[in-house]
Design a protein around this ligand. Structure first.
Ligand code: ADP
Ligand code: MG
Length: 232
């Protein structure tokens, strides 16, 4: 077994490609995600996604991030400026994910994370979402997609898999789990108000989280498409 330190690193420009792919994929799926929230919640998720991606584009216009931390911090701030439950939760999630990158004390160096540090930052992001949102796995939230992705990524890293294979495993775990939320009833968020009516509908936050994992895999490949057809 290879130790995490021995696995190959993510590409140097992983921060930019990850944030670009996330913005493109979430932005392109905003209508479909909004539709899910209309059927299973209160319908504002699509608008929240669009607002976050608009905030991001505006910030990037005035300030080009230097490295991984700055790119992912820009994504965090974009979400923190959005309402709903998902705004603050994704905002805090990306804030923790930004910490995966190495930055020296002078802020001169801002390098891409290793798959191992990315896995641990994802786990920290899961912890902060659960601390503030108080959702457990199975409550039909974004946590349902994130938790199995963290487990899959940690296992792949521990097994010495290369970054693309490891992040592909994380994406697949997240997509499968997001799809499985269709069979569950929400106990958190506005979707919990509609109860059984949300049966058969994928949780939009879980779907969005799976797309974020897909964007990370695409960025590890050096850019590429994220499959979104399964969202509807
Ligand atoms: P709201 O539920 O306030 O309308 P949004 O529509 O912005 O929030 O986001 C909905 C998504 O947020 C849900 O699909 C779910 O994944 C996620 N979510 C809602 N509440 C929580 C929570 N307490 N913990 C984790 N995720 C949550
Ligand atoms: Mg909503």
């Amino acid at each position: 077994m290879t130790s995490p330190e021995e696995t190959s690193p993510l590409p140097d420009d992983f921060g930019r490609t990850f944030v670009d792919a996330t913005a493109r994929t979430l932005g392109g799926s905003a209508d479909a995600l909004g539709d899910l929230d209309r059927r299973a919640g209160d319908g504002d998720f699509g608008a929240n996604v669009r607002t976050a991606m608009k905030n991001l584009a505006a910030a990037l216009e005035t300030d080009e991030p230097a490295g991984y931390r700055e790119w992912v911090t820009a994504m965090s701030r974009a979400w923190l400026g959005v309402g709903g439950t998902s705004g603050p939760l994704f905002g805090m999630f990306f804030r923790d994910l930004a910490k995966a990158g190495y930055q020296d004390t002078e802020g001169q160096q801002d390098t891409a994370p290793t798959p191992a540090s990315f896995a641990e930052a994802l786990a920290a992001g899961q912890a902060v979402i659960q601390k503030y949102g108080e959702a457990e796995v199975g409550d039909k939230t974004m946590v349902d997609a994130l938790a199995p992705a963290v487990t899959a990524l940690r296992e792949a890293v521990a097994a010495g898999q290369d970054p693309v294979a490891a992040l592909t495993a994380a994406e697949q775990a997240a997509v499968t789990a997001a799809q499985e939320t269709a069979g569950t009833t929400a106990r958190r968020g506005r979707a919990s108000y509609v109860g059984e009516a949300a049966q058969g509908v994928i949780d939009p936050g879980a779907a969005a989280m799976a797309l974020v994992l897909g964007a990370a895999r695409a960025a590890a490949e050096g850019g590429g498409a994220v499959e979104t057809d399964w969202i509807g």
